[in-house]
Design a protein. Sequence first.
Length: 339
Amino acid sequence: MLIAQEASEWFVANREEPLSARKSAEFSHWLKSSPLHIEEYLAVAQLAKELQATRDPTVIVEKLVSEAQLERAIFTAPFDHVAPSRERRHPPRWLPFATAAAIAASALIAYLTWDWQPRSSTPQHYVTAHGQQATYYLADNSILRLNTDTAVVVNYGANERVVEIVQGQAMFEVIHNPKRPFRVAAGSAEVQDLGTAFEVYRQGNTTRVTVVDGQVGVAPSKSLVGRLLAAWNVRVSSGEQVQIVAGVLTRAPEAVDLGRSTAWLRRQIAFERQPLGQVAEEFNRYNLTPIHIETPALRDLKVSGVFAADDTESFIAFLRSLDGVNVEVRQASIDVRAR
């Protein structure tokens, strides 16, 4: 068992990067110290080759385990249940090593999975309609959550993973892989994943980046003229947010209430002393009947609350509870004005 584990660890070490002189000497000494080391390392290498040849790595694990059973044993159930042999036998000498190889296979699956990801340059398009939300698992098992009226293009290459937000709001839960960086381009901003979950909202020439967990790097988009002269390239940590307007970082990262910032993931609208005009625009992202704030002074009125994104009736009742506010519900619009 220990030899199989050591063999798998050496195999992974050799694949990740060239060994240093010291490590190379240690590896050579490990191989020469026992013929079993050589056999086990070659077995792991063959296992890796078979894993890369199939889309379902569990097929190989099951094959190894079934081959490791006692003669005449029948593999008919999960690994923890094997049909008993009719006669008592001493296990073959090779059984511990075959079983160890199967266990090593399980350890290698997580590492080798990266090599199975599609490396096509064919872009994948994901779009949500007005009021719609959607969740997708990307090729590397990263999770993409789209809010209403959002369009993104995903392009996974051999050396990097790139997502462009054409419009709208998206949440990313990224499977970190330093060998294939994960970048998000949104208007005049570019976000580099550093092992995290984060949200990007592109609205016109404004891009807002909110980090839910971990950390991201934010910089001007590569497509901007004069990037070499850019004066900012910041890291944003969990619970922080930055805003970029027309390629300009408007302020340093600042702490935000993640519950309110990510309320849309629960299909809610949450606001704390925000202008009524902004709140109405947020409701309009989800509902077919738009809310119009007719009186300019009311647009700046600060309000607080939490509502279901598609519960317009409750929001109308809330507006009518405000002093000096009149609400008229029409077939094509909801008009709000001062009395």
